[in-house]
Each structure stands twice: as C-alpha cells, then as structure tokens.
Design a protein around this ligand. Structure first.
Ligand SMILES: NC(=O)CC[C@H](N)C(=O)O
Length: 379
C-alpha cells in the first residue's frame, strides 16, 4: 500500500496546519500540548501521563537517535498523536533498534510532520491547550473535521488514571540490602520512579490506582508513594479517599506530579487547569526554604492552588508551599510541617534528566527512617 502524502492537524478553534504523515496513518483526537525538551522523546512518548494528549515537539529534529529498548518509561507509547517539525531521515545511535517512524507505525500512533510547529506553539501559548485531531490522506472539508474535534472529550473532567494503571500489584525489589518497604499507588507510574527508590534500598510494591487505604496498608509500608498520571486530579476522588486513610494511619507520604495534586486535594486545596501547562526538561523551580533553584523536568496541565504567603492549616496540621516555578509562580511542591509528608509537581525521577532534584528520593528515605526510628509515628 502506498503511503498518503498529506496530513492535517485541526484545532478546535478552527486553525489548521498542513504537513505529511509521520508514523501510522488514520485519524486521532486528543488535547493539543507542546513539549520543549531537546532530548528524551522516547521517555515522553511512553509516559502514561500523556494518555489522550497529542504532543507537539518544539525541538525541530526528532528521531535522530532512533528507538532503543532501554529508555521507555512503560510498555507502550501513550500519546494520542505526535507532531514534529522534521523527522530524522537517518537515525543514528549504537543503541537504536529501529527508527521512530517504524515504532510509531508498529504501535498505531498517528502523527504529522509539519513546518508550523513554532506557529502552533505560539498559538497554544496565546489561546491555551485545546482539543485537536490529526487526519492523514485525503481529508474531509475542514468544517467537518473541526466539528469532529469539537465533539471529542475534553481533558478537564477526564478520569484517566485507572485506564493506564497496572491491573495487578507487582513488586520491584530493592537493589542490594532492603531498607524500606514502599507502597506505590500507580496512577500512571513511570518505570524510572520505582527504579530510583529501589536504588536507595526500597522494595516497591506497585498497586493499582483504585487500591483502598486497607489494601495499601496491608503491604505494611514504611512509606506511601503517589505517582504521576494522566487526567484531571479533580476526578480522582478514590485516590484522595485512599490517601486520607493512609494519612490517618500516619505513614510517611511522598507524591510526584499527579501525586502532588492528590495530596493537595486530600489537604482540602483546590486544583485548577493551567492555560497551556509545563512540559519539558528546563523549568526553573525554587526551593522556598533554601532559595536554591533546580532545573527540572515537567509534564503537567493542572496545578494546586495554595497560599504562597506562608504556612496554612490543614486537617493534618500546618503545611506550606515548598517550591514555586520561577516562570509563573505556580505551586510546585507541598510540605506538611506536623506530619512526614511532602510532594512535588515536577519530576525528580526524570530519566532523560535533568537530575538536579534526584535528592528528593533521599528526603523520602530520610522521612521513612525518621518515622521508623520514632516507632510511635504509626497508628
Ligand atoms: N505528569 C503528571 O502526573 C500530570 C498530572 C496531571 N494529569 C496534569 O496534567 O497536571
């Protein structure tokens, strides 16, 4: 079968971009977002938090190092569609097993290569993330395509964690001597996260997204971890309820990204949708206690609303905003002051890097060590 020569990207506000098919042919719908990472396209594609999103890469050349079998963050590509400016014609890396185009086709991921990725990104920055569709081959009239995009589901209100979570619990063994047992709620966990904990002597019990507090506590964890994940945190009441049970049992808690939003909601804080979100590997985040700035990896479209002015009261004692994003003052971390729990909106596990924030896993281990030493922490 010959390959179609044309493809279009259609936004819900009627803007249309023309290009050529990249990856599988057909059509796809999702929330249109952009990622500014210059590296790590395999990690991006396989991050379950991108479920139901069409991702545009601002880096102009994608696919240069092909696809290897070591870097994926999960067992499949999760993005709903992929937008690049110019695909690599000749992938080159000693680790490459196949080209990215081949991989996208093998996994049925519809994409488009188009000159307008910069114009698209500027449009999204002005108008905000919105629904979109990619259509390859001879296309129907634009009005018809826009109507179809407008009838696809929105990201606000989407409950997606259970669609990407593990159906069954599994255990990632500690590397070397086991120091801690961690129960990790898989809301869309990336493979690097349990790995980062295992490296520090944690035996990680990865549990399905809808596990109850009883199921989490049945692992008898020294600490509970809440992962990243797709969708709107306002829809994930089951995770907030499970966490509430965990907090009542006074186990140490650490959350990343979606996990930060779930901890926020369990503390009674609202979450809201950002205009176009943060997705990339170069976001400056400041630790408000030390003033230190980490360059960090991000992938979030929602954020927690919390007072930046100082500590505030929660049902678990005082809490504070521990980190802020220096680009837009968005809340990037929460810390409880009277209970061993904290969370960040960004990604200390980032496999493609940067690794500035990797020490947060040591902080979690220190919290677990402190709680175990005190003994009385647990209910
Ligand atoms: N990477 C994540 O955990 C994303 C969390 C949430 N889905 C958001 O977009 O904000």
């Amino acid at each position: 079968m010959t390959r179609a020569t044309t493809a279009v990207l259609v936004l819900e506000d009627g803007r249309v971009f023309h290009g050529t098919p990249y990856g599988a042919e057909g059509e796809t719908f999702g929330e249109m977002v952009f990622n500014t990472g210059m590296t790590g396209y395999q990690e991006t594609l396989t991050d379950p938090s991108y479920h139901r999103q069409i991702v545009a890469m601002t880096s102009p050349h994608i696919g240069n190092t092909g696809v290897n079998d070591e870097d994926p963050e999960s067992s499949r590509i999760w993005v709903a569609g992929y937008v690049v400016r110019e695909p690599a014609r000749v992938p080159s890396s000693w680790r490459a097993r196949r080209s990215l185009d081949e991989e996208l086709r093998a996994q049925g991921v519809v994409g488009i290569a188009m000159p307008g990725t910069r114009a698209l990104t500027r449009h999204l920055r002005e108008r905000g993330a919105m629904r979109a569709g990619i259509f390859t081959g001879p296309a129907a009239p634009v009005e018809e395509l826009v109507d179809r995009v407008r009838s696809s589901p929105e990201m606000a209100g989407a409950d997606l964690a259970r669609e990407v979570s593990t159906p069954e619990p599994y255990v990632v063994p500690a590397h070397g001597t086991k120091r801690f047992t961690v129960a990790a709620l898989d809301l869309g966990i990336k493979a690097m996260t349990p790995y980062r904990m295992a490296e520090r002597g944690c035996e990680v019990h990865v549990l399905p997204a809808d596990s109850t507090a009883e199921e989490i506590l049945a692992v008898d964890p020294d600490g509970v971890f809440l992962s990243n994940g797709p969708g709107d945190p306002a829809t994930t009441g089951y995770a907030v309820e499970a966490l509430t049970g965990v907090l009542a049992a006074r186990r140490p808690v650490f959350g990343i990204c979606f996990g930060n939003q779930i901890l926020g909601r369990a503390l009674g804080l609202p979450t809201y949708k950002l205009r176009y979100g943060h997705r990339g590997v170069n976001q400056p985040v400041q630790d408000r206690r030390t003033g230190k700035v980490d360059i960090s990896a991000h992938n979030h479209g929602f954020a927690v609303q919390a007072p930046l002015s100082g500590p505030f009261e929660t049902p678990y004692g005082r809490a504070e905003v521990s980190h802020v994003n220096l680009n837009d003052d968005c809340v990037e971390g929460l810390r409880l002051l009277d209970y061993p729990a904290f969370s960040v909106q960004y990604h200390p596990e980032a496999a493609a890097g940067p690794h500035d924030a990797a020490g947060l896993f040591d902080e979690f281990c220190a919290l677990m060590a402190g709680a175990t030493a005190k003994g009385g922490e647990r209910a």
